[in-house]
Ligand binder design. Structure first.
Ligand SMILES: Nc1ncnc2c1ncn2[C@@H]1O[C@H](COP(=O)(O)OP(=O)(O)OP(=O)(O)O)[C@@H](O)[C@H]1O
Ligand SMILES: [Mg+2]
Length: 478
């Protein structure tokens, strides 16, 4: 085995200078022997050529003169660690020796130190360590207990990757609830296409139609309904399209109170009938119009779904909200998450992971959504009750920091917006400036992953989907 370089200069136990003579690239894994701890895994964090060619001399080159140019290549290595004889990840505590040879690391060694292989049940197979044939898997228990985020710019592959994670959860019979604002996830019932990449990743197209239940206001497997009597007058007013909404609160409250005197469950029609009895016809007409509109959304009715109908049998429940206005979606999410969390606290529903697509809308950093408070509560208390969040967003900077910072596992695809990069830099531990820079240039399908069990963030190539992914780009020009 030929070394690719030699340690030189100032050396700490974790950051090393290495002169490079062999073939090695930024991001490659290396191994080197520590005088006390044996073989240790490291990574080329950055690499640069140091030359003696000054700007003045470069003009001589331009004029065709021969100039003696000397060039050496130096790399910064970060030490990842080694496994001790109990199998625990350790780092050297004394500096490496100058002159130590550094070698390229083979897949077996990388796999044994990172210990993220696919063999065990209870782990989700996300893809391969980028550039290697090493499966990258995440512990499902830890993912559900400590939450997970999937971040990328729009079109960066978040929903595709979320689908990969959901497939793995289905294999392990984990209950999943997907808040699906765009109606992308029902497609997961169908088998995906066979692609040539599948062999390399060892996956095959597969249908999960028996595992997925779609809840939708219309056209799903089960009608998505919430009990109207549980929506307050204030909430109703704020999802209506009324200018000067305040003037309508009193009349609506009066009507709803009157209805409540005679019935515990009621419909929009019951409120409208009561309103018609009221004196001020201009007010009641405007309210009636709005109530009829809300009725047409088919989401609130006399009798809503029971929570135990939504989460059961290790299935995936897709809550399809396509077509509902944003504020109604927020209210739906608030009702659903609140009731699920209460039920979970009393153990009336099994542990679950909830996928929150467009999390910047349901848990915004600035301003308030109906669902802001409950999202924050679940992010901070969910782990005690086995209620995990999978937070998906194209605007990390706009997601509530209290929610994002609670995510133990973070998977980041391509991000270019400077504010979003800053938010990621602030919330992900162990990101070097080089890897933050690399996030801007990631090809589609490659992600940077961090988790409590990983000593440093890893680049991972996402495995192909077994199921159809609903997020196809719309072609404008053919
Ligand atoms: N790992 C992958 N392999 C192959 N194709 C992928 C992969 N990831 C994403 N794609 C494709 O890229 C496109 C965008 O992916 P996706 O819809 O998941 O992005 P997104 O980040 O969810 O976008 P949006 O912000 O619009 O929700 C889709 O056509 C998808 O099929
Ligand atoms: Mg998406």
């Amino acid at each position: 085995m030929e070394p690719i370089g030699i340690l030189y200069g100032d050396l700490s136990p974790t950051i090393l200078n290495c002169s490079i003579s062999g073939k090695i690239n930024q991001g490659d894994y290396v191994k080197l022997k520590h005088q006390e701890n044996g073989w240790v895994l490291g990574k080329v964090d950055s690499i640069e050529a140091k030359t003696n060619l000054s700007i003045e001399k470069s003009y001589q080159v331009m004029e065709g003169n021969t100039v003696d140019i000397q060039q050496v290549i130096s790399a910064k290595l970060v030490v990842i660690g080694y496994r001790d004889n109990r199998g625990l990840m350790q780092f050297p505590r004394t500096p490496f020796m100058a002159g130590t040879p550094v070698f390229g690391a083979d897949d077996d060694f990388i796999g044994s130190v990172l210990n993220i292989g696919r063999t065990k049940r209870g782990r989700a197979y996300i893809g391969l360590v980028y550039g290697h044939n090493i499966p990258f898997t995440v512990d499902i228990n830890s993912m559900v207990q400590k939450h997970i985020s999937v971040l990328a710019k729009t079109g960066g592959g978040k929903s595709y990757l979320t689908g990969v994670i959901v497939e793995e959860l289905m294999k392990n019979d984990v209950n999943v609830v997907i808040l699906d604002p765009h109606g992308e996830y029902p497609a997961m019932k169908e088998k995906g296409n066979n692609t040539k990449d599948m062999l390399r990743f060892n996956v095959e197209p597969r249908s999960y139609s028996h595992k997925i239940v779609v809840f939708a206001p219309e056209g799903g497997d089960v009608a998505l309904r919430f009990t109207l009597a549980q929506i307050s007058v204030k909430e109703l007013i704020s999802i209506m399209n009324l200018s000067d909404a305040r003037t309508y609160i009193m009349p609506l409250r009066k009507a709803v109170d009157a209805v409540r005197l005679t019935m515990s469950e009621y419909s929009f029609d019951d409120i409208i009938t009561e309103l018609k009895r009221q004196e001020d016809s201009s007010v009641s007409q405007a309210l009636e119009k709005e109530l009829r509109y809300l009725k047409s959304l088919k989401i609130f009715d006399k009798k809503g779904l029971r929570i135990d109908e939504i989460v059961k049998d290790g299935k995936v429940s897709v809550i399809e909200m396509k077509g509902l206005p944003p504020d109604v979606q927020e209210l739906v999410v608030q009702r659903l998450v609140y009731s699920l969390f209460e039920a979970r606290k009393k153990d009336r529903t099994p542990p679950l992971l909830m996928v929150v697509e467009e999390a910047h809308n349901f848990a915004p950093q600035q301003g308030k959504a109906f669902s802001s408070k409950i999202m924050r509560t679940v992010a901070s208390e969910g782990r005690k009750f086995g209620f995990g969040l999978l937070v998906v967003s194209q605007r990390p900077a706009k997601v509530d920091k209290n929610v994002l910072s609670q995510c133990g596992t973070q998977i980041i695809l391509k991000v270019t917006n400077p504010n979003d990069l800053k938010a990621i830099g602030n919330s992900v531990e162990g990101l070097t400036p080089t890897s933050l820079d690399e996030i801007q240039r990631l090809p589609i399908g490659v992600a940077l992953a961090t988790s409590p069990e990983l000593p440093i963030p890893l680049f991972v190539e996402v495995r192909p989907r077994e199921t159809d992914d609903g997020g196809k780009n719309v072609r404008v020009v053919r």
